[in-house]
Ligand binder design. Sequence first.
Ligand code: NAD
Length: 524
Amino acid sequence: MNDLEISRAVANILGKYGATAGSSATSSSMPTSANAYVAPAEVAAVPEDPIGKLVAQILNETKSTPKAAQVAAPQTFSVSAADSSNHGIFDSMDQAIEAAHIAQRQYSLCSMADRASFINGIRDVFGQQQVLEQISRMAVEETGMGNFQDKVIKNRVAVLQTPGIEDLTTQACSGDSGLTLVEYSAYGVIGSITPTTNPTETIICNSIGMLAAGNSVVFSPHPRSKQVSLLAIKMINQKLAELGAPANLVTTVVQPSIESTNQLMQHPKVRMLVATGGPAIVNTVMSSGKKAIGAGAGNPPVVVDETANIEKAAKDIVNGCSFDNNLPCVAEKELLVVDQVADFLIHYMKKNGAYLLSDGAQIQKLQSLVLNEKGTGPSTAFVGKGAVYILEQLNITAPADTKIILIETDKSHPFVVHELMMPILPLVRVDNVDAAIDLAIELEHGNRHTAIMHSTNVEKLTKMAKLIQTTIFVKNGPSYAGLGVGGEGYTTFTIAGPTGEGLTSARSFARTRRCVMVESLNIR
Ligand code: NAD
């Protein structure tokens, strides 16, 4: 069937249910979805042809659909929170999932051009400087973490550099037996659990990738970043509604909580779970029994050897470590430097905004200030705080342009061992580059997340990259180059080391399916 025939068939079937031909899925030049879901007065028997069956099935579902899940559906329904002013935000997780489920079925009738248009719409909304600034400022204010300028950069790369539908390449295999296609296909409803450290970045990035792959998404944001997360979801829904997308492609709950996240993980209509966060949530989704993507914690080591361009390395390390006050999971968390060049490196780091804290008593005080009571991780109150602020708590007035606090210590110090997510960088001296590589592997704890190395010795760079097995390995640059900020490649804020998808993109949120035509369509 060609497009015209499909269009006629759909119009014909919709006509049987009381919809006009003008409301057929393919009769409009604007997103076909805008017109495809007019609720029928009555749903008749399912017709024989496959397109008819599909349309009738969806119309049957739409019959009991919440109003918010329809594009133009004048009917009543039982979900009280679901009216068109909710912008995807529901009272309960059940409602959010049901609405997203219906939306996804409707979305499956949209064309690839529709998907592209919806994704461009999301990019348009958040690409506006004032919106970027609004959500970045709000994220800093609400969470008390990170800094405004860097959040703007992070949100901007999420908008501009997250792959869309072009990521869904088709594999073809043709020969005497015909033609086989392998294509990326939607999972259905995805449950996406998002962190407090990159709240809107993750929502923008995952919305683009998950919608590109044909899914709908139910977000479960961190309760501490609720307001800004809900705002981002609302903005996405407003734009999608303007573009005629099925309502509720992106949903959430008005009060995100551990309980609502648990409901999300257990709901049978959620076909895939994506957790972006610490070890607890990653382990939980991995043992949920559902298809799961786990993007977990890192503790990225940065190694500097005697062949490195020390001046540049110093600058890159300070910039990478201080980016958004060290919140990114990729950011430099401990520095391992060959003794021979350690003093030079410290000298240049100080020139680039490092404050060297060398007084033992002050270091002890800092330790009790920024670690939790057991000393097994950071105190939440200091996560994502700036270096100047942290020093102030020690009654140290540092220059306003101080970016990081540098401390020389040994490899077993808690600052070295634990992921702190604040701009405190412990420096450990090592005898030689091989010892540095061994120690980096030990301190990365098998997270397979991110590592950084400054060296001009190609053999040693290769050795470390091979042995440490991290998803991201940055050579001679700041860690954020691995996210596509000043480095080549696309962006993601869901870096899935534990489950192996790596830097996730639309194809990570899709199933592969094979479509086989036997003995035809091979034209060689
Ligand atoms: P977090 O683990 O505290 O929270 C992440 C999400 O999981 C939140 O939505 C939270 O509400 C939920 N959650 C946490 N524990 C839960 C539980 N027991 N039951 C139900 N829900 C639970 O993490 P965070 O502080 O928001 O973010 C920082 C952590 O995330 C760091 O460890 C960082 O490395 C990691 N992170 C990883 C990536 C990545 O791409 N790999 C990206 C960002 C952050």
